[in-house]
Design a protein around this ligand. Sequence first.
Ligand code: CMP
Length: 139
Amino acid sequence: MQGNRTFTMIKPDAVENNYIGAILEKINSAGFTIKAMVYTRLSKRDAEQFYAVHKERPFYGELVEYMSSGPIVAAILEKDNAVADFRTLIGATNPAEAAEGTIRKLYAKDISANAIHGSDSDENAQIEGRFFFSERDIH
Ligand code: CMP
């Protein structure tokens, strides 16, 4: 994944509220193509590992509990300038600060249950994508 790919998760709050379809529609309408996708659930250990980079943050425990609290959808997406354009599409981490029309503004509850994840760099997109998918899964 270089330059044109990013990684996303539709988080437990959005799955529970039946927003998967609406969110995928926004993603496709914005020009992203789905290259790999899975509906799954993180164990607590999976979430600890996935978010290990945030281990020292005060919200780490809450984040791990929340991300393992219910099913998610994980996907690899393709588009020119994927990482930056996807972060624009999803909006600010805190939905209260997210721009109108962004996925978090439309579908997120709060800064913890914020509906969707988007990688913050090409390098992290690759690392995060590999957490869920092998080369064989990516089309
Ligand atoms: P995301 O950017 O997908 O990955 C890290 C997550 O940590 C972030 O989404 C938020 O859901 C969560 N997060 C960031 N800051 C806070 C905070 N101050 N309190 C609770 N959760 C947070």
